[in-house]
Each structure stands twice: as structure tokens, then as C-alpha cells.
Design a protein around this ligand. Sequence first.
Ligand code: ZN
Length: 246
Amino acid sequence: MGPMLKGLIELQSVEGRLRGMRARLTRFKRAVVMQQQVLKQLETTKQTHKDTIADSRADVERLELELQSRDEAVNKYKDALNKSRNNKEYVAILTELNTNKADNSKIESRILEYLEVIEENRKACEQLDSDIEKQNQTIEDVKSKAADKIAECEAAIAEIEAQWNEVAGRLPQEALELFKKLSDTYDGEAVAFVQQTGNKQVSYSCGGCFMNVTAEAISQLISYDDISQCKNCGRILVIDEKNEQK
Ligand SMILES: [Zn+2]
């Protein structure tokens, strides 16, 4: 193996560190976003309670108006009752009066139900206000902790990227393009070490997909600095230098 294949092995190692650090950065950024989502959920829930309160208040107002007009009706019937001229008329007015009174008490209990709903939702809003305040503190806390980690990651990424560019600069354009393409396909594992198995009857396989690699391919790899791809997965095959020296 010559400088190109060795350069590809080195690039793969840098690529692995780069991907690892980028994943770490994403996790720290996501930690803040996740807490912000919790806050958003709390705010949405609070809004639902506020809407219920507004609806119930409108219902109470409507029922109070209805109650008022029915109370006026009851008073009219009471007057009429006093002025009734005979028993038949008296009984008829009394029936109307009692019906209206009964309706009124139904409306009153409905108003009470709505008032209870308002109170329950008001308490829920109070609890949510305190939860929202706590969650805002949590977000600030996570943000400040994550900020340090994010800065560390970004600095590390810049450093690794510089190394990546340095190693990549030593490689032929074609080899680099192939490396990038395979790296995207195999999550940073463009290069596969050839695995050696067996003692008397030695056989070789691709370290990426474990399919057989011919002995001719191995001797090519040892003798030349050419790219040889696995026939099955397409990864760039390389030899572990320690094995090569054996
Ligand atoms: Zn393979």
C-alpha cells in the first residue's frame, strides 16, 4: 500500500471523528429545542383553559339575561295573581308562575355549573403559570449549559475540519470524490479493512460486508497504490499494516 491508500485510511479516521462531533453538536442543540417544545405544550394547554373560561363566561352572561327577563315575568304573574277575578283564572296564573319559577331555578343551577367550570379552569391556569415559569427557568439553565458544550463542539469541529482538509489535500481528486460518495452511503465508512481468517487455508473478506475478497486482489493491494473496491459493497479495500508485515 502506498501514500494514497494510507491517506484514505487516515481520512476515514478523521471523518469518523468529524461525524461523531457533529452528532454531539446536534444533541446539545436538540436538548434546548426539546425544552422549548415542553414550554410550547404548556402554553397551548393554558390557552385551551383560557378559551373554556371565555366560553363559560359568555354562557353565564347569556343565562343571567334570560334569568332577568324571566324574573320580570314572574313578577308580572304575581301582580296578575293578586288581581285575578275568579278561581279558574287564579289557578291558570299560578301554574304559569310556578312553571317560570321552576325554569328559573334550572337556569340558576346551570349558571352555578358554569361558574364551577370557570373556577376549575382558573385554578388550572394558575398551576400552568407556575409550570411555565419553572419551564422558562429550565430552558435558561439548559441553554447556558448547552452553550458551553456547543461552543466546545464547534471549536472541535473547526479543528477536525482543518485536519480533514489537510489529509484530503494530499489525495487525488478521483479518490477523494469516491471516498465522499461512499462515506455518505456508509455513514463515514468508505474504507474497509480486509479481514483474514483461517490458518492453513487463509481466506480474505471485506471488513464492511464480510464477502470474500480474492487473493489476487490482496496481492494487488499490497503491491500497488491503486483503489480496489469490494465487488459486493463497493467500499475501498485496504490492508491492516500490522497484518501486512506478518
Ligand atoms: Zn464489501
